[in-house]
Ligand binder design. Structure first.
Ligand SMILES: C[S@@+](CC[C@H](N)C(=O)[O-])C[C@H]1O[C@@H](n2cnc3c(N)ncnc32)[C@H](O)[C@@H]1O
Length: 479
């Protein structure tokens, strides 16, 4: 289905050797290694479930680390809390030092544990170690960033070699593992479970801000599956997005440079209008009629200009807006409709209609629970937001995506509630009602098709199960 090629700019990457259809599975694999998250609260070292330091919490009989329970599958397991890891933590009385620091050292210790799990593959699994070593570490590029290199020197290399007195691995080997984790690691998790993992083949996938493949990480067993989200032609590079697709070009490019060490120059990044979605656009503060867009989206410092009155905005001013607003958005609870609504009202004056921040707030509102008693005006607004998001998604990331599946599910419910209300009050005819319902069922079918691949137990998979049950019921009800 794919072959591994190499280029000077991208290193290794995967291309399709035949046409791959939407939904077709490209990769399904288990991780080389799993580690605890970069977090200051404790997680079970066996299965990465959230635990705590209370006296009721079960503890490892050896190292006293809090674990989810004696039956955790990850205890004494080489991909979880192995015997070797337990004796390393026991001999150094690590749990005591964490408790003395009131948990403040936990994030740093989690990091060391993950690096050690990678390093010990050298002794325990030569084949996995070779696959791990083959992953990109960008040592040369990272050495030129003193802040990053010396942080790793003090927090990982010295910690392992000097503080923990583990001298089986050279400084170079440890620095390489630091790079491999930074460039290739995936965060896996859902409510209550969080971990990080590295995969041998999935890690080779190239990035594109409008990817043609979809990645699903299963926090039940940490397996990963990659499937086509749209047609991938023979010879086409198979791509995923390393960053959140609801981010502006300035931010996506900055994040990719900082975390993955390259400046993205994909088609979406190169287009000031982002495929005519204007998701980047600010409202002109001078004429307020038109959009302010980057004059050169591939230059982070290039000025922004109004397409109507040519008013110029400095890139640093735009960058400041892009930093401040998500901070505010990030403080809202996902279910807090009122705050999201206020955000939209307030910032519609400075952001373009389709701006990511407005879309993110609308996305939160679209997921609000509705019932027969929900006011019609709210349902109408929700329908409008769902359609706006779907339109933008179709241009930005055409094909199957989780966001699209969720929005189609929400739109189905909204249309069902709205059209029932309208028919009861004679605002629409029976025929119009039937037509709307036919379209709504089409949305539900597509949503189920997209979300059925989501990992078991996740909110999106539950939506797929609900959709399936409704579709089955509708089939039974049909005369
Ligand atoms: C997760 S690795 C992918 C595999 C890597 N190419 C290799 O040879 O091991 C990420 C690295 O691939 C390269 N890369 C991926 N997508 C790229 C793109 N769109 N443009 C330039 N470099 C890219 C960058 O060097 C990045 O740090």
């Amino acid at each position: 289905m794919f072959e591994i090629l190499k280029s000077d700019t991208m290193g290794r990457y995967l291309t399709a050797v035949k046409l791959i259809k939407p939904g077709e599975l490209i990769i399904n694999e288990m991780p080389l290694v799993i580690g605890p998250p970069m977090h200051n609260s404790p997680f079970c070292l066996g299965c990465n479930q959230k635990v705590d330091f209370s006296s009721e919490q079960y503890r490892c009989p050896g190292c006293r680390w809090p674990l989810c329970g004696p039956d955790c599958k990850g205890i004494n397991n080489e991909i979880g809390h192995s015997k070797q890891e337990c004796s390393i933590l026991t001999e150094r009385n690590i749990i005591n030092s964490i408790e003395k620091s009131h948990g403040n050292r936990l994030k740093a210790i989690h990091e060391v544990i993950f690096h050690l799990r990678c390093l010990y593959l050298k002794h325990s699994h030569k084949d996995k170690w070779e696959k791990l070593q083959a992953l990109e570490a960008h040592n040369d590029l990272r050495k030129d960033i003193p802040m990053l290199w010396y942080r790793n020197q003090f927090r990982i290399v010295n910690q392992i070699r000097e503080d923990w007195n583990i001298t089986d691995f050279s400084e170079e080997e440890i620095h390489t593992v630091c790079g491999i984790i930074k460039v290739n690691c995936f965060g896996v998790g859902r409510e209550g479970i969080r971990g990080r993992s590295l995969y041998p083949t999935t890690s080779l996938l190239a990035h594109d801000c409008s990817p043609n493949a979809r990645i699903i990480l299963d926090s039940n067993d940490y397996s990963v599956s990659v499937s086509a989200s749209r047609d991938i032609k023979e010879g086409e590079i198979i791509t995923i997005s390393y960053v959140d697709i609801f981010m502006s070009t300035l931010q996506r490019r900055d994040e990719l440079k900082n975390a993955k060490f390259f400046w993205c120059s994909c088609q979406r990044c190169s287009d000031p209008t982002e495929f005519d979605t204007f998701c980047n656009a600010l409202r002109c503060p001078k004429c307020s009629k038109s959009s302010v867009l980057p004059t050169d989206p591939l230059d982070q410092k290039a000025p922004w200009r109004c397409t109507n009155c040519s008013h110029i905005m400095d890139a640093d001013v735009v960058a400041a807006i892009l930093v401040l607003l998500p901070e505010e958005l990030g403080t809202f609870d996902i279910n807090d409709v009122a705050s999201h609504k206020k955000f939209i009202e307030r910032y519609s004056k400075i952001l373009g209609d389709n701006h990511y921040f407005l879309l993110s707030a609308k996305y939160a509102i679209c997921q609000a629970k509705c019932s027969n008693s929900t006011p019609t005006s709210f349902l109408e607004n929700k329908e409008k937001y769902c359609r706006e998001i779907l339109k933008v998604m179709e241009l930005l990331v055409p094909g199957q995506s989780r966001v699209k599946g969720i929005i189609m599910f929400e739109l189905y419910f909204t249309l069902m509630l709205l059209s029932a209300k309208k028919m009861q009050t004679d605002q629409i005819t029976k025929k119009e009602f039937r037509n709307t319902m036919r379209n709504a069922i089409g949305l539900l079918e597509e949503s189920e098709e997209i979300l059925r691949w989501e990992p078991e137990g996740t909110a999106s998979r539950k939506k797929a199960e609900e959709a399936k049950a409704i579709l089955l019921q509708l089939k039974c009800d049909r005369p």
